[in-house]
Write a protein that binds this ligand. Structure first.
Ligand code: SF4
Length: 257
């Protein structure tokens, strides 16, 4: 499937030479080492979001007659997802159908982060499904990756009504989940998809062009910014620049091994 996606994407954007050397590796236990060429963009200070309620975990534990630690994970990504499902820290809980927590390889070398779930993701409870998800998978395949090789999530876990951009207060409320996910995955790098989530996480008003050209850090993790696949669906003329971004991503990741 990977080869088919790769060939289809490359053909679509007019690139003749496939690249297949970009393969995610198992994450080592050692902390991320930030390369010297990465700018020291001030890592945002994460303010604790509202306390996440524990009743959902306790209720699940109460239903079974075995020690809670053996039945309901209270740490790790699975335990964190249970806490997120019980979260009511911002108004987005009212507009969602399902939480879209994130999915992928729990020790991925790269984490891709979009801004918020769209309608398809909200209905599926999974990131990057539908037409933009299909394009995103072709983009990954063009550099030799499958979605199971990476981890995918959003800056906010609940869908805003009518696909509006999340408010700064909503990003702030949900950031404790995002940072906790990164703490558990410990990726070598982060790739932010689009201007909205990049401006929010990097605490900047830089333009998308400036963001795409720069290198940043978030909580000490190297960060690159590329176009969001939903934007590329609307701006077909930018697919060739998306290919340049993917090559830049591949090249940068190779320096982090
Ligand atoms: Fe909680 Fe995040 Fe959903 Fe807001 S978007 S209710 S902070 S999980």
């Amino acid at each position: 499937m990977s080869d088919d996606f790769q060939q289809a994407y490359l053909k679509e954007i007019g690139v003749q030479t496939p690249i297949s050397s970009f393969v995610a590796e198992e994450k080592e236990a050692a902390p991320v080492s930030t390369p010297t060429e990465v700018s020291t963009y001030a890592a945002p200070t994460i303010e604790a979001a509202s306390e996440v309620a524990e009743p959902a975990v306790q209720a699940l534990q109460a239903e079974v007659d075995v020690p809670p630690a053996q039945t309901v994970p209270t740490d790790g990504l699975a335990g964190l997802k249970i806490k997120a499902e019980a979260c009511k820290a911002c108004e987005l809980v009212e507009s969602r159908n399902q939480l879209v927590f994130g999915d992928g390889h729990k020790n991925a070398g790269i984490v891709f982060i979009g801004e918020a779930p769209n309608r398809d993701e909200d209905l599926a409870g999974k990131t990057f499904v539908g037409s933009s998800g299909e394009l995103f998978q072709r983009m990954l395949a063009s550099i030799g990756l499958k979605r199971d090789d990476v981890y995918l999530m959003h800056g906010v876990k609940c869908r805003p009504q009518h696909n509006r951009a999340p408010k700064p207060s909503e990003f702030a409320a949900c950031e404790s989940f995002l940072s906790a996910q990164l703490d558990r995955i410990q990726p070598k790098m982060i790739c932010l998809l689009g201007k909205v989530v990049a401006q929010s996480m990097l605490k900047t008003e830089a333009s998308l062009s400036e963001l795409r050209a720069g290198r940043f850090t978030y909580r000490g993790i190297p960060v690159l910014v590329i176009d969001h696949p939903s934007y590329l669906l609307r701006a077909q003329q930018n697919k060739s620049r998306a290919w340049q971004d993917l090559c830049r991503l591949q090249s940068f990741f190779s320096t982090l091994h």
